[in-house]
Ligand binder design. Structure first.
Ligand code: SF4
Length: 444
């Protein structure tokens, strides 16, 4: 018998297994307003909801975790119902959204909050223009849930006890400044509308932003970035106004011969249920293209089997697996980061399980603003010290970018070396020397 596990989607009233939702009807559970109203963002409410069936150790760990996390916590009832509460320590959904203090580990000393230097490449607040023909337009700073590992933890969500968020002034006045900048750059063809999460934009805002961008003659492609499909697919099934607004933007794009797509963010096959399929079927019937961008996360999808299953399941529901990202070097979530070597191994095992157009590219977003590089394209990589060196000739010619594997993937001796300022510098200099990039950038 062939392995068809990717087609086995959770169906029926699975949420009733979660004690707090045992009495919740299908109509209620499918209603996005009910999902929003019952989302949990407060420690007391979470503890009250789960204290009857988890251990005291777990409650203590998440209580401490709330105080240490760079991101605020917010989870939908849908996600809560998908967590295996018999083993919450190891559950891939719990790991992404609910921090447990005793699973946190030491940050690599080279980590920063804005590791991609998005702010340095921002000509106007909330707009990153790094690639010549593409810009990232941040429109909102909130999300339906908050991922512990968010790249934009420096600005997304409310302040936490450990991170004061940067205010990017994401409002309609700022949008106007961004539109004017985009209009003034004829080389721009492609705009990623992101945040935060565009799920949190109103139907009016979706139309306003979409129509305005499509009317700019040189803009050919726009994409709405949202994790919403993975964490609250109910919105697609019950917020007709929002889905209609999106459809109108897609239809206008089609008339103008311009692409409009959704980029979403599933990380583990467990997140894809029959409800997800129904939501995506609805968008598919309206001709809306959906691509997926996963992040490779330790204990969530960092085995070949998990990633193969995710890729096959996404393909099965007509979501194109587009990218798998190496985890960015953001602070406070080192327990979730993997080494470049791990990503290389997984990529080898994923390539070939399905059609090429459904095989994601495994990329590393070069720290410091080099943009996305294929994981294999390093100039030099030393798995022993965990240093890799990348270049980005078409983005930042003459520059090089370094990525550092997490300390937990290195030997004790090398971990100690990273704690020493001088040895740290030496390991970086060795990597630069062996890569040859210093000589090339000198003559560039
Ligand atoms: S949904 Fe996106 S922007 Fe929001 S917390 Fe998650 S990764 Fe960050």
């Amino acid at each position: 018998m062939k392995n068809l596990k990717h087609r086995e989607l959770q169906e029926g009233e699975f949420w009733r297994k979660f004690p707090a939702f045992a009495e919740v009807s299908q109509d209620e559970f499918i209603d996005y307003k009910w999902q929003i109203k019952n989302s949990i963002s407060d420690l007391k409410k979470l503890v009250e909801t789960i204290e009857y069936f988890v251990s005291d150790d777990f409650l203590l760990a998440i209580t401490k975790g709330f105080h240490l996390a760079p991101m605020t916590v917010r989870v939908t009832p849908y996600l809560l119902s998908l967590i295996d509460w018999n083993d919450p320590w190891n559950d891939p959904i719990r790991k992404q959204f609910i921090p447990a203090s005793n699973r946190l580990i030491e940050d690599h000393p080279m980590l920063t909050l804005d590791s991609l230097h998005e702010q340095k490449d921002s000509p106007v607040s909330g707009l990153t223009h790094r690639y010549s023909d593409k810009a990232l337009f941040l429109t909102v700073n909130s999300c339906p849930v908050y991922c512990r590992f968010c790249t934009r933890s420096y600005a997304v969500g409310a302040d936490t006890e450990t991170v004061k968020k940067m205010d990017l002034y994401l409002n309609s006045k700022h949008w106007e400044t961004a539109f004017q900048y985009i209009e003034s750059c004829p080389e721009l063809e492609d705009i990623v509308i992101s945040g935060g999460d565009t799920y949190n934009l109103s139907a009016e805002a979706i139309k306003k932003i979409g129509f305005r961008l499509l009317q700019i003659p040189h803009i050919q492609r726009i994409r709405f970035a949202t994790k919403g499909l993975a964490v609250m697919p109910m919105k697609i099934l019950s917020d007709e106004k929002w889905v209609d607004a999106l459809t109108e933007v897609v239809c206008l794009g089609r008339k103008l011969h311009k692409q409009v797509a959704i980029h979403t963010h599933f990380n583990n096959a467990q997140e894809i249920t029959m409800i997800s399929k129904l939501a995506i079927d609805k968008l598919f019937e309206r001709g809306i293209v959906i691509r997926n961008q996963s992040v490779l996360l330790r204990g969530v999808n960092d085995t070949s089997e998990e990633m193969q299953l995710l890729v096959k399941r996404l393909s099965y529901i007509n979501v194109q697996p587009y990218y798998v990202y190496q985890h960015d070097m953001v602070q406070g979530v080192e327990d979730l980061r993997t080494s470049v070597q791990t990503t290389i191994e997984i990529e080898k095992n994923v390539r070939g399980v399905t059609a090429g157009f459904n095989t994601p590219t495994f990329v590393l977003d070069a720290p410091g603003g080099g943009g996305k590089r294929c994981i294999h394209s390093f100039e030099y990589y030393n798995p022993e010290t965990g240093v890799s060196v990348y270049t980005a000739p078409s983005v930042k010619p003459g520059k090089y970018f370094m990525y550092f594997d997490p300390l937990h993937s290195l030997s004790e001796e090398i971990r100690q070396a990273w704690r020493d300022e001088n040895k740290r510098q030496q390991m970086c200099l060795d990597a630069i020397y062996h890569s040859g990039v210093a000589v090339r950038s000198h003559f560039a």
